[in-house]
Design a protein around this ligand. Sequence first.
Ligand code: NDP
Length: 448
Amino acid sequence: MTDFDYDLFVIGAGSGGVRASRIAASHGARVAVAEEFRIGGTCVIRGCVPKKLLVYGSHFAHGLHDAAQYGWTIDGARFDWATLRDFVARDVDRLEKAYTSTLDSNKVEHFAERAVVAGPNAVRLASGREISAKVILIAVGAWPVMPEIDGAEHCITSNEVFHLPELPTRVVIQGAGYIALEFAGIFNALGSHVTVVNRSDRILRGYDEDLTDRLLPIMQARGIEFGFNRPIRKVEKRADGSLLVHAGGGDPIPADAVMVATGRKPKTDGLGLESAGVALGHNGAIPVNEFGQTSCPSIYAVGDVTDRVQLTPVAIREGHAFADTVFGANLRSVSYDHIPSAVFSQPPLAAVGLTEAQARAVHGQVKVFSSDFRPMQNMFSVVAERGYYKLVVDPLTDVVLGVHMIGPDAPEILQAAAIAVKAGLTKADFDATVALHPSMAEELVLMR
Ligand code: NDP
């Protein structure tokens, strides 16, 4: 028996919070979770999952075109945004139900309202009810940053983009990171005219420059315009309802929708953390130790709110490790080395380990192997785009330090390559592997 209402109270039912709840419950803890929006969090409700479905939906634009080369006659092909949007929304509903039933089947009680911290062992629900818990887990995620733009109220973010009443004819996207480039690809393929404007002259900062140097001209060749060193200053609504985007260093850009994708900030505003003495770090992030514990010993945090690596599988691991550590008597922390990542741009890119620049900074000398090839599936395609794979290798140990890929299905292939990098395999191990022919992935073992 404890004096608390629950052993664990989780604030936020996203990827990290749901995993932590169910694992803690499986260890015998009495668990409750509060969620102010929808169960599933960013990834399921307005992130990875609906975005990927839009990517799939938009791929048909090229697929239909290519099909003709293979002998298919496609008469009267048309695209209807509402059909795709509503299909995606239904799948999100399905997944939300699946997440909810996971909580139910693990006997995790859920409150469909906002909860804030009211002390080291207390939370307060929006309804006013106060609940005590031995441990509190903050898993509230992050929220799109809206830079201070005159006319910001006319802009949308990745929160709203899934619900557009119609497909915009002209879209301006601010930012050149993950979200900006993924949606640039989606809108472009679906037929919108897309202009990407960024504050710097870079895209996808952090990825190997050989990949980004390959991606940019391909996106441009597909018809996406880029404006670099052009932060948006003002978005003006015109009498006809359309928008005019004033971005530094160039003419105003007419648009029907303006999407801002300039990063995501931990959602800690108004969360009552000061009532428990939880220290906050840069950007409102909650600093934690290797087990997810904050400066208040009874309060932990996982996922995007800690602003370490803003990726769903990382949040899930953090939630799981927290639950095993605190309720399963099994001290576990997450390894942040060799986390694979991908950008579902068109074409997509994916990477694991060190970029060439990072490897040079750490190891001095590095060996680089690359393959620049035309994927077979592009042979008869309207898009004569070339793929590019690159291995970064430590010349002293022969260990593969990084794998970087751009081309069709790069994320699917990279996941398998990430196992090899995580395992510390050498270039000789790659070379000793017989190629699987004909495939794009075989390039990974054919670089000499
Ligand atoms: P990113 O950090 O990827 O990119 C932010 C972009 O906005 C950069 O181009 C940056 O410019 C620019 N920027 C940053 N701050 C400002 C500002 N104040 N004013 C103007 N421009 C600015 O953020 P996203 O919003 O695209 O994505 C957020 C996070 O979500 C990602 O970091 C990622 O972790 C996650 N995510 C992951 C996905 C995946 O795994 N496929 C998909 C979508 C999101 P610059 O760098 O040039 O200076």
